[in-house]
Design a protein around this ligand. Structure first.
Ligand code: SAH
Ligand code: SF4
Length: 375
């Protein structure tokens, strides 16, 4: 009997510049090959070594044997009337994740909302991703693969004058700081000139408050930080974001202050606040929030709750959202309302991949109940 001893091929898509250099050095090649191949992959969208014409024929043949450029498979691509695009991607093992591209400022800004995990273990009470439980972490290739797929869909070669994706927010499925080892390399690729060349202010990591990882992130990167607060007292936040029982609000805001202090430029924290009818949308909540945040340099993003079946919560009226915004502004806080976009393709926050059919089955294998919309 012969055993198949073929080594798995290295997927170059998720390698940072340092990792790519180490890979070429291990082949006895010069380090600069890394930049050449990264440009083919991330600037040209190329997944075929044969087309990488500035590499010798011998090196191309070797790469074909040892390596690959493998992105997620596009299962569904949808475009909404407001210009929002959405992809459902199949990652290894047949799981699905979702990526959404949201245009703004007449198409000058295009923000990609990237997922970090299949499902999420943190079980926030108002989040449909939380309802599916945790399935697995994405690899760095699967995280950056979302930026790659979205950029490739615009066809043309990209460089500093042509960026199909101008901003990235890690606000898709999953908690990015629970998948630190894949998310950080992927974010390094977003920032790298041979990758996507985005400025650190245009790459935002959103967290529900994994305090030790906020500190760790601050030692390595200074991307923009968004924190999902949703409540200004521990009693209510414990209910909405169970992770608060481990890291309470004061501990979380201290970590945010430390993070901002490590950035070498003046930085604002983004506070995400999902407004849920009669739960956290009253005047006393606005007052409590304004007092809590005090003079912390931040802006508050108000996100009207996106309902999904059996969530047990309701969306506040438009008037109530406007009132809440006004209360905060009167108390000296900037509080833009993040409008729901792409509703017609289910691209709105908290509606990723599918819909929860039955709240009582929240930890069942959610993927079995997904309905890929617009089929
Ligand atoms: N896990 C990270 C990032 C993904 S969630 C985090 O929690 O920050 C991205 C944002 O969408 C978070 O602020 C989250 O609280 C919010 N969100 C989740 N479900 C929502 C819903 N149904 N309606 C509105 N916002 C929601
Ligand atoms: Fe996870 Fe974020 Fe959803 Fe909470 S809001 S369950 S942390 S994805």
């Amino acid at each position: 009997m012969t055993l198949d001893t073929a080594m798995p091929r290295t997927n170059l898509l998720g390698l940072t510049r340092e990792e790519m250099e180490a890979f070429f050095v291990s082949l006895g090649e010069k380090k600069f090959r890394a930049a050449q191949v990264m440009k083919w992959i991330h600037h040209e969208g190329c997944d075929d070594f044969e087309s990488m014409t500035n590499l010798s024929k011998a090196l191309r043949t070797r790469l074909e044997e040892l390596a690959e450029v493998r992105g997620p498979r596009v299962v569904y691509e949808g475009a909404s009337e407001d210009g929002t695009r959405k992809w459902v991607l199949e990652v290894e093992d047949g799981s699905y994740v979702e990526t959404v591209l949201i245009p703004a400022e007449g198409g000058k800004r295009r923000t990609l909302c990237v997922s970090s995990q299949v499902g999420c273990s943190l079980d926030c009470s108002f989040c449909s991703t939380g309802k599916q439980g945790f399935q697995r972490n994405l690899t760095s290739a699967e995280v950056i693969g979302q930026v790659w797929v979205a950029s490739n869909s615009f066809g043309a070669r990209r460089d500093s004058t042509n960026r199909p994706v101008t901003n990235v927010v890690m606000m898709g499925m999953g908690e990015p700081l629970m998948n630190y080892n894949a998310v950080v390399p992927a974010m390094k690729l977003m920032l790298d000139d041979n990758g996507y060349g985005l400025s650190k202010r245009r790459v935002t990591l959103s967290t529900s408050g994994v305090v030790p990882m906020i500190d760790k992130l601050g030692d390595e990167l200074d991307v923009s930080l968004a924190v999902s607060l949703h409540a200004a007292n521990d009693e209510l936040r414990n209910e909405l974001v169970p992770l608060n029982r481990k890291y309470d609000i004061a501990t979380l805001l201290d970590a945010c202050r430390r993070y901002l202090a490590k950035c070498d430029d003046t930085r604002m924290l983004t506070i995400e606040y999902t407004l849920i009818k009669d739960v956290n949308d009253q005047q006393r909540h606005a007052q409590e929030l304004a007092t809590l945040l005090g003079d912390l340099p931040c802006k508050i993003n108000l996100i009207p709750f996106n309902p999904f079946p059996h969530s047990g919560y309701e969306k506040p009226s438009r008037n109530q959202v406007m009132r809440f915004q006004q209360w905060l502004e009167e108390l000296g806080h900037t509080a833009p309302v993040r409008m729901t976009r792409g509703d017609d393709i289910d691209a709105a926050c908290g509606q990723l991949v599918g819909r929860v059919k039955d709240r009582t089955k929240r930890h069942e294998r959610y993927i079995q109940s997904i309905q890929l919309d617009a089929d």
